[in-house]
Design a protein around this ligand. Structure first.
Ligand SMILES: [Cu+2]
Length: 252
């Protein structure tokens, strides 16, 4: 029974599943907003598809010369119907634009972050810098994060997704992520956290996110960057603030 009930509490999707079509489970408010917007627009999409195809097929079915050789010969213009099919789409676009811009500006906002992390894309791995903390020698904490080769994988680790050094972040903290590239353009993308930022050499891109629960969240480089583009995954582990500080202590 316990095992059966635990089915409803289990988070299945912190890594992609084979042949998955839907979203991964959200772990950040930003991604929850993206899923909600997707569902809102999906509603309009279904309504529009049904009404357009219904109109199209009924016109083809009823108004053809085989069925009515003479009756519709002079039916060439209708002002009312023209007005309806011009104004209605405009109203629908406005209805879609409002929630879209709302989410866009909400996600763009960076208000007093607790922590700043810089992620740098290289051919072909990611490196991280945490400048809020210094090591004993006075430098910022920085480390490289390489994909684990298949031969090094342990039971429970994901092929092409797990890395040697995960990025550790605290839960329930506003984190500022600054992304750049060291050589060519990469893209820092973690679906369950709603992150996707281009890593452009000579440019700093910024985003803010908050992880709502502990766990490990996987992503991949999302801008084709060379032969091993598919082998530079991202793994972020969200832990309690206490565990995060312990990790910082061990890293510095
Ligand atoms: Cu890439």
């Amino acid at each position: 029974m316990l095992q059966f009930l635990s089915l409803f509490n289990t988070i299945f999707n912190d890594a992609p599943q084979p042949w998955q079509l839907g979203f991964q489970d959200s772990a950040a408010p930003g991604f929850t907003g993206i899923v909600t917007l997707h569902n809102t627009i999906g509603f309009y999409l279904i309504v529009i598809c049904f009404s357009v195809f219904w109109a199209l097929f009924s016109i083809i079915y009823y108004y053809n010369t085989k069925k009515n050789p003479i009756a519709h010969k002079y039916l060439t213009h209708g002002t009312v119907v023209e007005l309806v099919w011009t104004i209605t789409p405009a109203l629908i676009l406005i209805a879609i634009a409002f929630p879209s811009f709302r989410l866009l500006y909400l996600m763009d906002e960076v208000i007093s972050p607790t922590l700043t992390i810089k992620a740098v894309g290289h051919q072909w791995y990611w490196s991280y810098e945490l400048s809020d903390f210094v090591t004993d020698s006075g430098d910022a904490i920085d480390f490289d994060s390489y994909m684990l080769p298949e031969s090094d994988l342990e039971l429970g680790q994901f092929r092409l997704l797990d890395v040697d050094n995960k990025l550790i972040v605290p839960v329930d903290c506003h984190i500022r992520l600054i992304v750049t590239g060291a050589d060519v353009i990469h893209s820092y993308a973690v679906p369950s956290l709603g992150l996707k930022l281009d890593a452009v050499p000579g440019r700093l891109n910024q985003v803010s996110f908050l992880v709502e629960r502990t766990g490990t969240f996987y992503g991949q480089c999302s801008e084709i960057c060379g032969v091993w583009h598919g082998f530079m995954p991202i793994a972020i582990e969200a832990v309690s603030t206490q565990d995060f500080l312990l990790w910082v202590d061990s890293a510095s």
